[in-house]
Design a protein around this ligand. Structure first.
Ligand code: MLT
Ligand code: MN
Ligand code: ZN
Length: 299
């Protein structure tokens, strides 16, 4: 399997259009620091078979920017676009609207995510005059057979009941926010993608122990960052994102993981958006690093 990183930023991207914080200002001065919304294309053994993990507001540029994801030789149009969702957040789903030129969009997600995206955000009604949108149930990890998508086995590990603000009054459900587990049966390798991690759990710990690559929530470097920078009155954990550093942070738990660990979904307030920030060296000392735009991971 091959993971093509299409973006590594949290909602808003880097720079964010209405923001002049040090991270956004730095990205305007140094275009190499720009980050699109977090997403990846996951390829199986057949290089022409792939799916998107999340569909971001940047999706059309993300696809156009990767020659391997453009319509192939002899193909006038990409025949079908497959999208697997980790959650129903706007930064992970608005791209579905931008994919409406496709003849067919196949989407896999959990039940509460599908309900949000068909009722609170009525995507089926909006998209049906443009394309054929087909919803598929994404099985929960360990509960029955995983979905087979592009020759890969895909399931959703429930992480939390964190739901998008536009669906905040929907009932709680453990699979509002999930980690995607992708396994390649040909090579027996697996990857875990969790751009929003509100709480650590034993099942997550077990999946990380068995994974070859983990792409994890790196929204905030420390617990107080959202309050200190004025983006929220809540802490990082209160916003549904465990911080990278500090007590209860993910770095101290991950440094013993055998897997390759890459942080993604970086908020523009995160000091890690500056490649010169000393936090990069601290993470490197733990064997951890930040995912970079256009990185390709072979597993
Ligand atoms: C999140 O990651 O917490 C959400 O995407 C935030 C948002 O955009 O409302
Ligand atoms: Mn987000
Ligand atoms: Zn900013």
């Amino acid at each position: 399997m091959l993971l093509r990183i299409l973006g590594t930023a949290a909602g808003g991207g880097l720079p964010q259009w209405n923001c002049a914080c040090p991270g956004c200002a730095g990205a305007r001065r140094h275009p190499s620091r720009r980050r699109l919304h977090d997403s990846l294309a996951v390829h199986g053994q057949d290089p022409g078979a792939w799916f998107l993990a999340n569909a971001t507001p940047d999706v059309a540029e993300q696809l156009e920017g990767r020659p391997a994801l453009r319509p192939g030789a002899g193909q006038e149009r990409t025949p079908v676009i497959r999208v697997v969702l980790t959650d129903a957040e706007l930064d992970h789903t608005l791209g579905l609207l931008r994919l409406r030129e496709a003849a067919r969009i196949d989407v896999w997600c959990t039940r509460p995510v599908r309900k949000a995206l068909t009722t609170r955000l009525p995507l089926t009604g909006i998209l049906s005059p443009y394309t054929t949108l087909t919803w598929h149930d994404l099985p929960l990890t360990g509960a029955g057979q995983p979905a087979e998508i592009a020759g890969l086995e895909v399931s959703a590990l429930p992480l939390s009941a964190k739901r998008p603000r536009y669906a905040a009054d929907e009932p709680a459900h453990p699979a509002w926010t999930t980690a995607l587990k992708v396994r390649d049966p040909g090579t027996d390798t697996s990857a875990l993608y969790a751009p929003a991690l509100a709480a650590w759990s034993d099942p997550l710990d077990a999946e990380i122990a068995g994974a070859d690559c983990v792409l994890l929530d790196g929204t905030f470097l420390d617990e107080d960052e959202p309050r200190r920078t004025g983006v929220s009155r809540r802490t990082a954990t209160g916003m549904g994102h465990l911080p990278v550093e500090g007590s209860g942070g993910t770095a101290e738990r991950l440094h013993r993981a055998g897997a390759q660990v890459l942080y993604t979904h970086l908020n523009n307030t995160n000091p890690l958006v500056d490649p010169g920030d000393p936090a990069h060296e601290r993470l490197a000392g733990l064997g951890l690093r930040v995912a970079e735009e256009k990185m390709v991971v072979h597993l």
